[in-house]
Structures are given as structure tokens and as C-alpha cells.
Design a protein around this ligand. Structure first.
Ligand code: NAD
Ligand code: 89V
Length: 358
């Protein structure tokens, strides 16, 4: 049995995990798990037998199940990593909680706040750690912006913008995204809203407008959201999959922050400019490639490695993950507030939502 040394300097045997949902994005989870010494995926589950075998063969994982309940009963697991789409999340998280297994759940955590509350309660009552796989804030560039703001380099921020504008064909890899009544806010905006929360803090008021430009899809593909944060600063989160630029930047989020002592800009290609009274500095905050990453997806793929490493570290230390169920509920509230604001043409206080966290 292999033994690894953790951050605490102690020798540990790798945590044993299982992954449920061997679809499009799961390959990134599995590649990252292979690179994380403190954990090992020992079992796989997918309701689709052919997909299960294809992924099991690729990653050399022999224990395979088409039924998550059977896997949770039979395999001796330290954690489960749920990488299915949102309709299955509540049932799977509740199954894992009932089995007493620490749980990671992909975003979007839930399609209703009620489901999110139920999942958080199930894990809390079972004494089981719960992390939402909200990886965008773990991108190297977003972490670098967060560090600069925390260090107070530009003084107290009073205005910000997190912008994601693209015409990338996301539907070829994830065809279900064209079919849902909701699209960009629930799928992509959720990441960008989480970045805004991570950088600027929790939100007191939300005003939003949404639109559908692409006639071939069902949901909205453009959203412009004004956030008033509890700190008093305001920010704009804007997302589009209908924006044809001279150069496609998918999946980069661009950031602007104005502070009392200077400005910060995250430009294309992960160039972070910090301007203060003492001058202007540009830092390269690009993600570093791994053996399995691709040029276009490297920022996201590295963030998968980072969030999963964070999970292992939190499990070892008994610490709450940064994007715990409790934390992610706040991001989910912003998604719901955005849809409500756009529908009713008014600003929304996230706390007024039915099922919002008290
Ligand atoms: P997908 O449809 O390609 O794969 C989902 C897999 O789960 C399928 O193989 C399906 O058979 C299986 N499945 C569904 N319900 C199941 C159940 N109850 N038991 C066992 N297997 C089940 O989906 P995807 O594109 O890989 O997306 C999965 C999740 O990852 C989504 O929630 C999506 O939003 C998220 N995602 C996140 C990122 C990111 O950067 N964080 C990127 C892409 C996708
Ligand atoms: O996060 C997601 O689910 C993806 C992508 C990063 C492409 O938007 O849809």
C-alpha cells in the first residue's frame, strides 16, 4: 500500500474515493485525481454501462457500478465525487450522506434552493463533509486577483466587473445545455457570480437583465447583472455566449476593479495589471500546464486539480472547504435572484428568496 506525506508532514495512506458520472467533464476530475498523491479513485459509477466501461478502461479502474446505492453499500470509501448533471444531485448527495461518505458535488449544486437546503441538512445531520465542485475561483488568475485585493494593493475597492463574453460552441461538448429552460446564468453565470462573491464579498441586492440571441437554444444566452455588495461596493457580472469577437477568448473571465488607491485589470491571456500612485506593473498569472491539459482548457483543468487538492487537504485537517454546501448556497441565491430580477424587472434582495439562507 502506498503512503504519502501530507501538508502536516504526517504519513498518510491515500484517501479512497469513487466517482459517479463518467461524462464529458468527469475526465478532468479523473486526470486530476491521478495527479493528487493523497487520494485514489477506486471505483466508478455511471448509469450508462458503455460509458462506464470506456472510462473505466481508459483510467484502469476495475470496480464499476451502474447503481450508486450498490457502490456506496459495497465499496469502502472515504469520499465520493459526484460529477453528474443537476437533476441527479439531490438523490445522490442524500444517498452518500446516508452511507456516511464525505461528498463532493459538481455545480450547479441544485436546481432549487429547497434541494440545496435539503442536501446541506442531510450532510450536516450525517456528520459528513460536503463540498460543491465550484472550481472557477480556483483558477490561477482569479486566485492572483484575490490575493492582490486582500493585500490591499489598490486600497478599498469601490467598483468591479467580472466579464465572460464568447461565441464558443459549448453545446457540442454539453448538448443538454441547449435544451434547458435556463442556460447561461445557471451554467456559466454561476461561476462568474461565485468569482464576484469570492473577490468582493456577499451581496445585498441584485438587478439583472437577460436575453436569448441564439434561436437554436431554449434558454437565455446573455445576462447583465448589477450586484450591490454588503461592503457597499458595486460590481457588474456580464456573461454572453452570443458575442463574436475578433479573437475568441473562451474560457477566460476578464476582471476590472477600481480601488481608492489604484486599479486592477485582468486582461486577456492572464495578464494582471496593477496601477497605483507608484506606477504600473503587469504580472503574468497564466496557469501552468499539466501532462493532460489542453491549451484552451488549461485554466479550468488546473482549477480542477486545485479544488480537488483543497478537498483532500480539508478532509485531512477536518476543515470546511472554501466552497462548502453552506458557502455555495449564497452563490445559488444569486442565480435565483438574477432570474427573479430579470423576470419581474426589479431589484431583488437575495434574503427575500423562498428558501434563502437565514
Ligand atoms: P454528461 O451528461 O456528459 O455526463 C453525466 C454522466 O452522468 C452521464 O454519463 C450519465 O449517464 C451519468 N449519470 C447521470 N445520472 C446518474 C446517476 N443517477 N447515477 C449514475 N450515473 C449517472 O455531463 P457533463 O457535461 O460531464 O456535466 C456534469 C456536471 O459537470 C454538470 O453539472 C455540469 O454543469 C458540470 N460541469 C462543470 C464544469 C466546470 O468547469 N466546473 C465544466 C463542465 C461541466
Ligand atoms: O462549467 C460548465 O459547466 C461548462 C463551461 C465551463 C464550458 O461553461 O459549461
Amino acid at each position: 500500500m502506498s503512503v504519502t506525506t501530507g501538508h502536516d508532514g504526517e504519513a498518510h495512506t491515500p484517501l479512497k474515493g469513487a466517482l459517479i458520472g463518467c461524462g464529458f467533464f468527469s475526465l478532468n476530475h479523473l486526470h486530476a485525481w491521478q495527479d493528487i498523491e493523497g487520494a485514489q479513485i477506486v471505483a466508478l459509477c455511471d448509469a450508462n454501462r458503455a460509458r462506464l466501461d470506456e472510462v473505466g478502461d481508459t483510467f484502469g479502474i476495475e470496480r464499476r457500478y451502474t447503481d450508486a446505492a450498490a457502490m456506496l453499500r459495497e465499496a469502502r470509501l472515504d469520499f465520493v465525487d459526484i460529477a453528474t448533471t443537476v437533476p441527479s444531485h439531490r438523490a445522490l448527495v442524500e444517498l452518500a450522506a446516508a452511507a456516511g461518505v464525505a461528498t463532493i458535488c459538481q455545480k450547479p449544486f441544485a436546481s432549487t434552493l429547497e434541494d440545496a437546503h435539503a442536501m446541506i441538512a442531510a450532510c450536516r445531520e450525517a456528520g459528513v463533509p460536503l463540498m460543491v465542485h465550484e472550481n472557477f475561483r480556483w483558477q490561477s488568475a482569479i486566485q492572483a486577483v484575490g490575493r492582490a485585493l486582500r493585500e490591499g494593493v489598490i486600497g478599498k475597492p469601490f467598483w468591479g466587473r467580472v466579464s465572460f463574453r464568447s461565441a464558443y460552441d459549448v453545446f457540442s461538448g454539453q448538448p443538454y445545455l441547449a435544451e434547458g429552460e435556463r442556460f447561461i446564468v445557471e451554467d456559466l453565470g454561476i461561476h462568474i457570480l461565485d468569482i464576484a462573491r469570492f473577490l468582493f464579498g456577499d451581496v445585498a441586492r441584485v438587478s439583472a437583465a437577460t436575453a436569448r440571441v441564439n434561436p437554436a437554444i431554449r434558454g437565455e444566452d446573455v445576462a447583465t447583472i448589477l450586484l450591490v455588495h454588503e461592503s457597499g461596493m458595486s460590481s457588474v457580472v456580464d456573461c454572453s455566449y452570443a458575442t463574436h469577437l475578433p479573437r475568441e477568448l473562451f474560457p477566460q473571465a476578464l476582471i476590472e476593479v477600481d480601488g481608492a488607491e489604484g486599479t486592477l485589470r485582468l486582461f486577456a491571456d492572464y495578464q494582471l495589471q496593477i496601477h497605483t500612485h507608484s506606477g504600473t506593473e503587469v504580472r503574468n498569472v497564466a496557469p501552468r500546464a499539466l501532462a493532460w491539459t489542453s491549451e484552451q482548457w488549461v485554466a479550468i483543468q488546473r482549477s480542477v486539480f486545485s479544488i480537488q487538492s483543497h478537498w483532500v487537504d480539508c478532509l485531512r485537517r477536518g476543515a470546511e472547504p472554501a466552497t462548502s454546501g453552506r458557502d455555495n448556497l449564497r452563490t445559488l441565491e444569486l442565480v435565483e435572484a438574477t432570474y427573479l430580477s430579470a423576470r419581474e424587472g426589479r431589484s431583488v434582495v437575495p434574503g427575500e428568496l423562498q428558501g434563502a439562507a437565514s
